[in-house]
Design a protein around this ligand. Structure first.
Ligand code: C5P
Length: 407
């Protein structure tokens, strides 16, 4: 028996739509795959399907009111928010989508949504004109930007007997989407991944440094993506304006290349992989002045620079079978040739080539355009995407998308 959702805690939100009858099938499929399903239904939802049917299928009392009618027990939406591994609202009416968008917490489903710590999916169901309406579209866009995942309504015959987009996606398809989500989410469980990010600052004197324009966004996005897929991440980062909080990301803040080198070399033997996205300064001032360097009118100031250690090359030498190292390259000419040479010289398994030719790609931007080259000659080029999406592509290429491929 396929128990791909074994032990997963799923909150299924049901709202007032004809498609609510499909929620019964959805509940059955989820339970059959091993999930524990807690149904939260809106008052309007109960007009379409009875809690008796749903509680029989889920094996749990259905929650609708803030208090149980019999004994006045308070149903804690906060507890549900912590219990859940995932929430899916199917069907999601235009009204519920609107309430979710604006936080109108006048029923148990919306309070549960607002307390939810787990990812949330919605499967809209409504008439075609309602789907198309600018308000619905605006709400869906807003929810998407809030991190809610939309399971698009399908085309077909609607309850109004009109044909068009608006049918709730079929339960089998919804289950497949959720299974895929969990598979992607956890296939790096047990893996330890070191990530370097950001610029390094090389001190000239107590108030000045040599740095670069790296924002750290790519490395932070990679850390979040790896952690979201179950990995334990050690993020060693130079100074950035970014923050993150994920229980599986440990962050070590460093300033200079030497500090980043020390932290990385120390941690690498325990790691399964290292992703080196930091823009490490190649040189540092030979000696940082102890006092602020004074300006002398009319005289040049010459700084003697000495090379920094190469973290990637050092880890490349330390690498044991089973460990992977991924580097980044930013080249201005003969990009691929130089990237491949770098990958070989530093003994890397993959190199991610940032394009400098494209607007919006690379340093400081929220978007990036990359080509991923592998040691065994494979090459994958991607379009301009947000760094979050680029992080997904990179992790897919390096570790695969399911537990079977993660090696
Ligand atoms: O040689 P280059 O700096 O272009 O190499 C880029 C790759 O090497 C990146 O992955 C970067 O993080 C890494 N690197 C490093 N330590 C250095 C210089 C670069 O880890 N000192």
């Amino acid at each position: 028996m396929d128990m791909s959702l074994q032990g997963k805690h799923i909150v299924l939100g049901i709202t007032g739509s004809i498609a609510a009858y499909k929620s019964a099938i959805l509940t059955r499929l989820l339970v059959k795959k091993g999930a524990e399903v807690q149904i939260v239904i809106t008052p309007a939802g109960k007009e379409f399907i009875t809690p008796v049917t749903l509680s029989a299928l889920s094996g749990r009392p259905v929650i609708s009111d803030f208090f149980a009618s019999g004994d006045g027990t308070w149903h804690s939406h906060v507890d549900l928010g912590l219990w859940a591994d995932l929430m899916v609202v199917a069907p999601a009416t235009a009204s519920t989508l609107g309430k979710m968008t604006h936080g109108i917490a006048d029923n148990m489903l919306i309070t549960t949504y607002l307390s939810m710590k787990a990812p949330v999916f919605v499967a809209p169901a409504m008439d075609l004109d309602m789907v198309r309406h600018v308000t619905t579209q605006r709400n869906l866009e807003k929810l998407k930007s809030d991190g809610v995942r939309i399971i698009d309504a399908a085309e077909g015959e609607l309850a109004s007997h009109l044909e068009g987009k608006g049918r709730m996606e079929e339960p089998e398809k919804i289950v497949a989407i959720l299974e895929q989500f969990f598979a992607e989410k956890c296939h790096l469980a047990g893996k330890k991944i070191l990530i370097t990010a950001g610029p390094t600052y090389e001190r000239i004197d107590p108030v000045r440094f040599i740095g670069n324009f790296s924002s750290g966004k790519m490395g932070f996005a990679l850390a979040e993506e790896c952690a979201a897929r179950g990995a334990e991440v050690l993020l060693i980062t130079g100074p950035t304006a970014l923050s993150l909080s994920h229980p599986r990301i440990r962050k070590i803040d460093v300033e200079s290349a030497q500090q980043m080198y020390d932290a990385a070399v120390n941690a690498f033997p325990e790691m399964d992989a290292a992703i080196l996205s930091a823009a490490v300064a190649d040189y540092r001032p030979e000696a940082a002045a102890e006092q602020k360097i004074k300006r002398t009118e009319g005289e040049n100031l010459t700084l003697a620079l000495t090379p920094n250690p190469d973290i990637a090359a050092t880890l490349g030498k330390m690498k044991k079978p089973g460990q992977k190292i991924i580097g980044f390259a930013l080249e201005t000419n003969d990009e691929e040739y130089h990237a491949i040479k770098k990958m070989e010289q530093k003994n890397l398994d993959y190199i991610v080539l940032n394009s400098l030719q494209d607007q919006g790609a690379g340093f400081g931007h929220d978007t990036n355009k990359v080509t991923i080259l592998s040691r065994n000659g494979e090459k994958k080029s991607f379009g301009l995407k947000t760094k979050k999406e680029v992080a997904k592509d990179i992790v897919d290429v390096i570790f695969g998308t399911t537990s079977n491929e993660s090696g």
